[in-house]
Design a protein around this ligand. Structure first.
Ligand code: NAD
Length: 400
């Protein structure tokens, strides 16, 4: 189901000329075969998808995912969420996404480099004209972005690059920073509570999950549960997050670190104040949402809560901070990196974090005002604000 099929978006589009039609049909989809020669005799062929959703507000912006479960539908959904995220946060980009269907855990850095080179070869003109500006997502990181820079020689063609070749200080931490700030600010605004001492459970300990844990720990929260693809750990006193992060980066696994084992599903139901799904889509469903004990869910991942789960949370009075706000720190930082590449200016991580915090605070304030005004959930209010921004842009472009 497309996010644009949600009732709240449909009703917002009602009577707005052909805006609804345009928003649903403005997708440009590319289905690609990547042919990669591993050696003289071995050719690997991988399916890849590129989706540009709506570019009324700016170039298509969105990460490149390498994962064995990538599909065209998933890539489309993620591109649509980027359109909404950039619109809600007022960043002058449209929505895009790429997916390469391969098991990233089985790829070494040489193979990833060959895959990315082939990928650039196929979409070169979109990158060089600035029509599409990719970034890292699951299975890709700064090294892969450096390969894109190496193939195009234009620093503004890609964001999420390593420091020293046009990378932005604070970019790797940016999404987690935004998720942590959203949790802290959300708790304050929605429950009038301070983050200090609050128990947090985080699903996924990759880029988003680990940096979210880092910043929440620094804010005084207690990270009591974490997990990755292979399961999780609980420590009711709160993990030493710095130690945990260095253990994880050395061992690429949580196994062996001090704590009690827990399954990924068990983590969702743990007694914590805040639950942060930061791994993948559709983990909070009609089967799992009823068991959640946290009072606040902060969507670190894209699309972790299904429509049915949203209904359950609404009924149970559990507040959800939507992905298009909570994990927007990455694209906000990407915007600074893109702008710096064009102007040649330099910035510090602290300035980047400050810009992320201020942007999220500003959007949150508008979202809460609309929520109160129209009696909506946080997610509904965010979607309405985003859709209205896109409609205005389409009107200004003369599309409608
Ligand atoms: P990552 O590859 O760095 O980490 C993903 C983590 O989730 C890993 O710890 C992995 O083991 C775990 N995981 C994967 N599948 C799982 C499952 N089924 N159950 C439990 N754990 C699982 O990816 P990331 O960059 O941290 O992205 C995580 C999510 O955040 C994705 O939905 C991504 O689209 C979204 N996101 C990422 C960024 C960014 O800047 N990296 C920005 C916005 C949104």
């Amino acid at each position: 189901m497309s996010i644009f099929d949600l009732d709240i978006i449909k009703s917002e589009l009602e009577g707005k000329k052909n805006a609804g039609l345009l928003l649903l049909k403005s997708e440009e989809k590319k289905i690609i075969n990547l042919n990669i020669w591993v050696d003289n005799k071995t050719l690997i062929v991988a399916d890849a998808f590129v989706v540009y959703h709506n570019t009324a507000r700016g170039p298509a912006k969105g990460g490149i995912r390498i994962d064995k479960n990538v599909t065209l539908d998933e890539t489309t959904d993620l591109a649509e969420r980027m359109t909404l995220k950039t619109a809600l946060t007022g960043i002058p980009f449209g929505g895009g996404k790429s997916g390469i269907r391969m098991d990233s855990t089985k790829l070494d850095s040489y193979m990833k480099k060959e895959i990315i080179k082939e990928f650039v070869h196929i979409i070169r003109s979109d990158l060089e004209t600035g029509y599409y500006v990719p970034a890292p997502d699951m299975g890709t990181g700064p090294k892969e972005m450096a390969t894109i820079y190496g193939q195009t020689h234009k620093q503004e063609c890609v964001t999420g690059k390593p420091l020293g070749i046009g990378g932005l200080p604070g970019r790797k931490e940016a999404t987690g920073r935004g998720v942590a700030f959203s949790a802290m600010y959300g708790l304050r605004k929605l429950y009038k509570q301070d983050i200090k001492g609050m128990k947090v459970a985080i699903q996924g300990f990759g880029n988003v999950g680990s940096w979210t844990a880092f910043f929440l720990d620094r804010m005084g929260a207690k990270v009591v549960a974490v997990s990755d693809l292979n399961g999780g750990l609980v420590n009711n006193k709160g993990f030493d997050v710095t130690k945990l992060m260095s253990y994880y980066s050395k061992n690429n696994s949580l196994t062996g670190f001090e704590g009690e084992a827990i399954s990924n599903e068990g983590l969702l139901a743990i007694a914590a104040d805040i639950l942060i799904p930061a791994a993948c889509e559709n983990v909070l469903t009609d089967k799992t949402a009823g068991k959640v004990k946290a009072k606040l869910v902060v969507e670190g991942a894209n699309g972790p809560t299904t429509k049915e789960a949203d209904e359950i949370f609404k009924r149970r009075g559990i507040e959800v901070i939507p992905d298009i706000l909570a994990n927007s720190g990455g694209v906000i930082a990407s915007y600074i990196e893109w702008k710096s590449a064009k102007s040649g200016s330099l910035t510090s991580a602290e300035e980047v974090f400050e810009f992320i915090d201020k942007t999220i605070e500003r959007c949150f304030t508008s979202l809460l005002a609309l929520k109160k005004d129209r009696k909506l959930t946080n997610k509904e209010a965010g979607l309405v604000l985003a859709v209205d921004e896109i409609i205005t842009a389409m009107e200004n472009r003369g599309w409608i």
